[in-house]
Each structure stands twice: as structure tokens, then as C-alpha cells.
Design a protein around this ligand. Structure first.
Ligand code: F6R
Length: 612
């Protein structure tokens, strides 16, 4: 998704902004631009393609471009193709102000029509240029930029995180937020604006989180915050704990591979100080105040998107089968528009790595408005979902830069397992059983460590199948969502068509696809339905499908059926997804590498989906 970096201070903003944009590349984008005020004029450079192309253009054409006030943007196209012209920043009609924007202006057509009637012409196909003209028009009479931005935004429907600068007031940036994340970085005699702390953390760790409906006037020495209606707001300065090393590749070829290999540690971090092995119990500080609600909940509804939704599906198996709490799972994008039946004794769990996903955030607000208790299982500390929840649990996976989510998934599952054990014990699970489960959870990091040593074998399988056009992933029970997740990982970074199915469902249609060109990845742990899955594999084999199995170390039957077997250690059935997904992440990664795709910047994808 789009990214924003702004700077005001004594230093040259150009390298600060370009480096900040590079740090935001992981979010996904297709063009980039920079604007700064120099000699009473706004200078803009923008380019379709990568930040490196923008930096090169600034170097060649910038004529020593420098200045103490500027802003940059990476654009993920929504309105209009990714071209130089559609890239941000955009000007108003008088070229007196420039704007960078994340989000979607929903009523831009109506505003544009009115502006065109008044003689405005537009060069781009974007909604953002319309907003620039609207602010420019308001600026004529408003007196100052901050007022102009406020008044213009009062007429806007939709979402935005935006920064505006003016050649008439070269001592300030004006930032505003509704629905898209935006923070102000507070420095010494300099200040920053960014959509993500990663862009500015090497300069300052002190940040102010803007809330929806707030506007900030940012000068070198001051940040003044108000609502769109001009009511002054006192803001707290927070400290972000992000380390620079966490957002760098650290010797790995891609962030995704680094993050796959971090999983023994991140799973451990999700449990640290929370899992009480001896007591067979769990302590979760973020749920302390809502424990009564959780225990008396008639049902839990988990809502999320993408990989987080897959984690939610596994969560349903855990919560229902171990804690015996009725649990429904729904895509956040469907939940928000369905007018769902939510009772005040329902607990709604939002699962989100970024804590900023627009659909998940909207689902949270929908559930809250219906009186439910809303809890977040979130990675990014201080993110909007975390702040707006009644309680919750951070997964503590550290920054996830890889566009294809890996370590966040296993940490989400680990936290869902902790919540499950907490509820199960509180609802009467004997201590001895709790201890067995806690011991099993505690052993998972080491088991994952073992799987990661098998990546040479997985690399060979990837080379064998890298040129195939379709894949099928099969799993049953709690491993059905793992099949979905394996297929999603493959699609995202290698652009191979892949589908996940419950293994037994295959014979109801998808079996028609099976032939020798169809690799079928089957997750087949030695659990209560092992024999059933073996029968499903027989059905594939009988049609000459090629089988890659993820099976337990002690499974001897599988060798007769599968062409390739990736071994994983045994664990308690409902925790199996935490380790069974690891080979599928590696398989997708190595297939993508074999096909030469850019794993860190896969086409069309954004890391944090802040538009609906
Ligand atoms: C897939 C992936 C996405 C996200 C989804 C939700 O690899 O990363 O499917 O899982 O966009 O994002 P969060 O978890 O940030 O709400």
C-alpha cells in the first residue's frame, strides 16, 4: 500500500525522504515521488517504478535538489494506472500546494465535476489531484494552509492519511488522518511525518499517533494537533521499540527467508512470560480486564483477512475442540457489510498483523457499535486495531517486512493456542492435561528449528516443480487452513495458480483436474484421520497426480504413496498447523526463487491493505 515520509528541519530532506521511501518499499507500490519547497517554488519529481528510479531521476534532473522541507510518497495504484503523471505528489491549480495521500476519496467524482464546472483542469486520473485542487480552492479564502486543509477535508468522504505543503508557507507541513495510518516523528529541532515508523526510526523513536479526524500542523519545533472542527487536541508522545536491525535483511537474500528462519524465536517470543508450563496454564495481561466477558461469552467470532483469516480458521478448531467455546470465523470484508447478528455477550476477536487493515478495522467498529467486546490479536504495537480494541494480545513477532506473511502466521497461531489454553483451564480442564498441552507448546520452537534444517530437500522439490502451472493443496481438520495458507503463499510470490481444499472434498469436483501435470501437496499428520487422508492420496495417485506429502517422522506408509515426503515432527494435533506450515512457506519461497520472481516485492501486492 502507499507510503508517506515528510521532513521539516535543518537537514537536507532529500536523502532522508529517499531513504525513508526505501524503508517503505516492502509495503508494495508501483511509483514514487518527492516534493520540496525551494526558492519560493514547489519542486516535484515523480517516477513510475521503483524508488531507485526516482533517486536516479532526482540525481540526473534534480539540479542539486535540496531543502529543509519536503515529503515523499510511494503509490500503490487505485485510481489510474501506475504512471509518472499519476504518481504523487499532486499540485493544486495554482501549483502553490502539493499533496501526498494514502486512501481513497470516495466522493471525488462529485467534487471533480464541480471543480471542472469552475474551470479546473486535471492532468492525472487520480482522486488525490482532485483533493489537491479542492484544498487549493479553499486556500484562496482560508488565510492559512492548516485552515484550508481542515475546511476542504470537511467536504470529503472516504479515507486518507495525507501531508500537504505550500510554497507560501515554507515553514510547515500539514498532516491529516482518517482511516489510513499516519504518525508524527518528534525530533530535536526537526520533525517527521510517516505512514509507518520504519521510515523514520533511524532518526527518532518518539512518535505521536494521529487518530481519525485529526489534523497536525508540523513545524521544526512544534506539533500542533487539532480536530477537523478545529478543537485543539493534547497528544501523548510514545516511544517505538523498533530496532533498525529488525527491518534489515541481516545476510538473507530476502526478507521472507529471514522471517521464515526467525520463527523458532518469534514463536518463543509469543509465549514468553505467558505460558506457565508447571501450572499448565496461561497468563495474558492484555486480557485481564475482559476475562469475565471472555469466560461468559456465548460465542467467539473471529474476523480477519488473508493469512490472518487462515490463522482464525485454525483458531476455531482450537477454541471449539480444546476449550469447547462455539466459534465462528468470517472474512472481515464480508462481516462489515453483512449487518451481522452480534449480541452484547459475543466476543469478537480481530486478527491482524499490521493492525491497520481497512476491512478488519471496519469489522472492529461494526462489532463495537453492536455492543460486543472486541479484542485484538495484533503484531504492530500501537496500531489502530490495537488502540481501538477493548483488550487483546500482541503476538510480538517483530516487524514483518516480507510481503508474504510467514512469522506473523505462526505467532498468531501460537497466541490463539494460548488464549485457548487459558479458556480451557478456566472452564475446567484439569491441570495435568493443561500441563501436557503447555509442554507441547513449549517444545514447538525446537521442532520448527529442526524443520528449517531440511531446506535443501525442499529446494530440490521446488526445482522439480517450479515450472508447473497449477498446484493443489489438501489437508483435513485444522490442517485444511494450512492447505489454504500453503496455496496462498505460492500464488502470492510465484504467480502459480494454486488452490487449497479439504482433502475429502476433492472428489466432489476438483478431482477432475488431477493428471500427471498436477502436483498435489498433502498435509498428512499421524492423527485420528490419518487413514482417511491416505485414502484421499490414493484417489490422487490413481489419477497419476504427483504427490508431495508433509508427514510425520514415524509415518512409514506414506513412502509407498508420495513421490516426495517432507518430514515434520509429531505434535499435539491442534498445534500441528504451527509446524506443518513451515515446509509450505519454504516450498513457496524456493519455487518463487527458481522462477526468478522478486520475492520481496511481488507484483500487485501490498503489505498493509489500508483501503477497502
Ligand atoms: C498474505 C498476507 C495477507 C494479509 C492480509 C491481512 O501473505 O500477508 O493476506 O494476511 O492482508 O493483513 P493483516 O494481518 O495485516 O490484517
Amino acid at each position: 500500500m502507499c507510503g508517506i515520509v515528510g521532513y521539516i528541519g535543518p537537514r537536507d530532506c532529500v536523502p532522508i525522504i529517499l531513504e525513508g521511501l526505501r524503508r517503505l518499499e516492502y509495503r508494495g507500490y508501483d511509483s514514487a515521488g518527492i516534493a520540496l519547497v525551494k526558492g519560493g517554488r514547489i519542486q516535484v519529481h515523480k517516477k513510475a517504478g521503483k524508488v531507485a528510479a526516482l533517486a536516479e531521476s532526482v540525481r540526473i534532473n534534480g539540479n542539486g535538489l535540496s531543502g529543509g522541507l519536503g515529503m515523499g510518497h510511494t503509490r500503490w495504484a487505485t485510481h489510474g494506472e501506475p504512471t509518472d503523471v499519476n504518481a504523487h505528489p499532486h499540485f493544486d491549480a495554482a501549483s502553490e500546494i502539493a499533496i501526498v495521500h494514502i486512501g481513497i476519496i470516495e466522493n471525488y467524482r462529485a467534487i471533480k465535476t464541480a471543480l471542472v464546472r469552475d474551470g479546473h483542469t486535471f492532468v492525472s486520473a487520480t482522486d488525490t489531484e482532485v483533493l489537491a485542487h479542492l484544498i487549493g480552492e479553499t486556500y484562496k479564502t482560508a488565510g492559512d494552509l492548516t485552515t484550508a486543509v481542515r475546511l476542504a477535508l470537511a467536504r470529503v468522504e472516504g479515507t486518507y492519511g495525507l501531508v500537504v505543503l505550500s510554497s507560501r508557507e515554507p515553514d510547515k507541513l500539514v498532516a491529516a488522518r482518517k482511516g489510513s495510518p499516519l504518525i508524527i516523528g518528534v525530533g530535536e529541532g526537526e520533525n517527521f511525518v510517516a505512514s509507518d515508523a520504519a521510515a523514520i526510526v533511524e532518526h527518532t523513536r518518539h512518535v505521536v499517533y494521529l487518530e481519525d479526524g485529526e489534523v497536525a500542523e508540523v513545524t521544526r519545533d512544534k506539533v500542533r494537533t487539532m480536530t477537523i472542527e478545529d478543537v485543539e487536541v493534547e497528544k501523548l508522545v510514545h516511544e517505538v521499540t523498533l530496532e533498525l536491525s529488525q527491518i534489515e535483511r541481516g545476510g538473507y537474500e530476502h526478507f521472507m527467508l529471514k522471517e521464515i528462519h526467525e520463527q523458532p524465536e518469534t514463536i518463543c517470543n509469543a509465549m514468553r512470560g505467558r505460558l506457565l508450563v508447571e501450572e499448565g496454564d496461561v497468563k495474558l495481561g492484555g486480557l485481564q480486564n475482559v476475562l469475565g466477558k471472555l469466560l461468559s461469552a456465548r460465542r467467539i467470532v473471529i474476523t480477519a483477512c488473508g493469512t490472518s483469516w487462515h490463522a482464525a480458521l485454525v483458531g476455531k478448531y482450537m477454541l471449539e475442540q480444546i476449550a469447547r467455546v462455539p466459534t465462528d470465523v468470517e472474512y472481515a470484508s464480508e462481516f462489515r457489510y453483512r449487518n451481522p447478528i452480534i449480541n452484547i455477550d459475543d466476543v469478537v476477536l480481530l486478527v491482524s498483523q499490521s493492525g491497520e487493515t481497512a476491512d478488519t478495522l471496519a469489522a472492529l467498529r461494526e462489532a463495537k457499535s453492536k455492543g460486543a467486546t472486541v479484542l485484538g490479536i495484533v503484531n504492530v504495537v500501537g496500531s489502530t486495531i490495537a488502540r481501538e480494541s477493548d483488550g487483546g494480545v500482541y503476538i510480538h513477532a517483530g516487524p514483518e517486512i516480507g510481503v508474504a506473511s510467514t512469522k506473523a502466521f505462526t505467532s498468531q497461531l501460537t497466541v490463539l493456542a494460548l488464549v485457548t489454553l487459558l479458556l480451557a483451564r478456566a472452564r475446567g480442564m484439569p491441570r495435568e492435561k493443561g500441563r501436557l498441552l503447555a509442554q507441547e507448546l513449549a517444545s514447538l520452537p525446537q521442532k520448527v528449528e529442526g524443520i528449517l534444517t531440511r531446506d535443501e530437500q525442499i529446494k530440490r522439490i521446488a526445482e522439480e516443480f517450479g515450472d508447473h502451472k497449477n498446484f493443489l493443496y489438501l489437508g483435513r481438520g485444522a490442517n485444511f487452513p494450512v492447505a489454504l495458507e500453503g496455496a496462498l503463499k505460492l500464488k502470492e510470490i510465484s504467480y502459480i495458480h494454486a488452490e487449497g481444499y479439504p482433502a475429502a472434498e476433492m472428489k466432489h469436483g476438483p478431482i477432475a483436474l488431477i493428471d500427471e501435470q498436477m502436483p498435489v501437496v498433502v498435509i498428512v499428520p499421524k492423527d485420528a484421520i490419518h487413514e482417511k487422508v491416505l485414502s484421499n492420496i490414493q484417489e490422487v495417485k490413481a489419477r497419476r497426480g504427483r504427490i508431495i506429502a508433509v508427514a510425520n517422522d514415524d509415518d512409514t506408509e506414506i513412502d509407498q504413496l508420495a513421490e516426495f515426503v517432507i518430514r515434520v515432527p509429531r505434535t499435539y494435533g491442534f498445534f500441528g498447523p504451527i509446524i506443518n506450515v513451515i515446509p509450505l512457506q519454504l516450498l513457496a519461497y524456493y519455487i518463487a526463487v527458481a522462477r526468478g520472481t522478486n520475492v520481496d516485492q511481488p507484483r500487485n501486492l501490498a503489505k498493509s491493505v489500508t483501503v477497502e
